[in-house]
Design a protein around this ligand. Structure first.
Ligand SMILES: NC(=O)c1ccc[n+]([C@@H]2O[C@H](COP(=O)([O-])OP(=O)(O)OC[C@H]3O[C@@H](n4cnc5c(N)ncnc54)[C@H](OP(=O)(O)O)[C@@H]3O)[C@@H](O)[C@H]2O)c1
Length: 279
């Protein structure tokens, strides 16, 4: 099997590494150090956002790693209070200044904003791509209905929807909508904020493979072509979360893991300013 850094999902010309480092809640020196170490270990994808207040440190970690800029896929996201067209451009430029980059690989709308029509925000986002601020654009936390609306409006391809996705949550409707439109699915909170760690089914399935419950839960997603962006503040866990490309789950194991999804499995219960609720 190919090394972790060479495994990508392709969507409308974007080549998104299947594993990325999540950085929500990583701050200051810890953030810079974890990003640097992750890249040294073979990660080639880092996920940040204007809202995480760590873009500066993500950029520092990137430069300290010595990995060439064109070898790393960097995603950032614009916060919904900045979705009016002028604000969107200003926010994207400020993110680039903090990251000290001339462009990001992927620029996302972080959450839907019910107070600003997509017909205003999406053309502005497409313009940012044409201006060269982002190589690719996409959305996050969009429902099926919003995906359908967005793809009709956007003049440039939307390459992904970044959504909460892990073994405890069935996201098959959103995944199907993304696939219909050639969009990648990026799974956030892919280990349910650590919740998969003590799951007995995952631990049992991992045993004959010599893998932890966390590794099994990540493998379950990447084996379906879903991008995962687990976060850790601990350097020793970075390798564990990346070592998911040298074993495979059988069809029976995949089917058993799929039974873990249940109502109420969501771990992120936030929604921006009354943005549409999930089904
Ligand atoms: N678009 C959005 O609205 C959105 C929303 C939420 C998250 N995200 C993105 O998705 C990323 C990941 O999601 P998340 O941070 O919510 O949760 P997550 O990655 O599912 O879980 C992170 C938690 O798991 C623990 N952990 C990590 N690796 C582990 C391992 N190998 N064994 C045991 N525990 C482990 C971490 O603790 P330690 O630090 O102690 O290892 C941390 O508490 C975020 O960082 C962010 O980049 C996006």
């Amino acid at each position: 099997m190919a090394a972790a850094e060479t495994q990508v999902v392709e969507a409308h010309g974007a080549r998104i590494p299947l594993v990325g480092l999540g950085t929500w809640d990583l701050r200051g020196r810890t953030c810079a150090r974890v990003v640097e170490q992750a890249l040294r270990l073979g990660y080639r994808h880092v996920d940040t956002a204007e809202m995480y207040d760590n873009e500066r440190e993500v950029g520092e970690g990137l430069r300290a790693s010595g990995v060439k800029r064109d070898q790393v896929f960097i995603t950032t996201k614009i916060w919904p209070s900045h979705f009016a067209p002028r604000e969107l451009e200003r926010s994207a430029k400020e993110s680039l200044v903090r990251l000290r980059l001339s462009e990001v690989d992927l620029l996302l709308l972080h959450w839907p904003n019910p107070n600003i029509p997509l017909s205003e925000t999406l053309p502005a986002l497409c313009k940012l791509k044409r201006m060269g601020l982002a190589r690719h654009i996409g959305v996050s936390n969009f429902t099926v209905a919003l995906i359908e609306e967005a793809v009709k409006i956007a003049a440039e391809p939307l390459v992904c929807d970044q959504i909460e996705m892990h073994v405890f949550l069935d996201q098959s409707k959103v995944v199907a909508a993304c696939r219909r439109h050639g969009m990648a699915v990026v799974a956030y909170s892919p280990i349910a904020r650590g919740g998969v760690k003590n799951d007995q089914v995952l631990a049992r399935i991992g045993k004959p493979h010599g893998r932890s419950a966390v590794q099994v839960s990540l493998r379950f997603l990447v084996q379906q072509g879903i991008v995962v962006i687990p976060r850790t503040s601990r350097v020793e866990r970075l390798s564990e979360n990346l070592a998911i490309f040298d074993f495979a789950l059988s069809d029976a194991e995949m089917a058993e893991i799929a039974t873990l999804a249940h109502r109420g499995g969501r771990v992120v219960n936030y929604s921006y300013s009354g943005s549409p609720k999930w089904d």
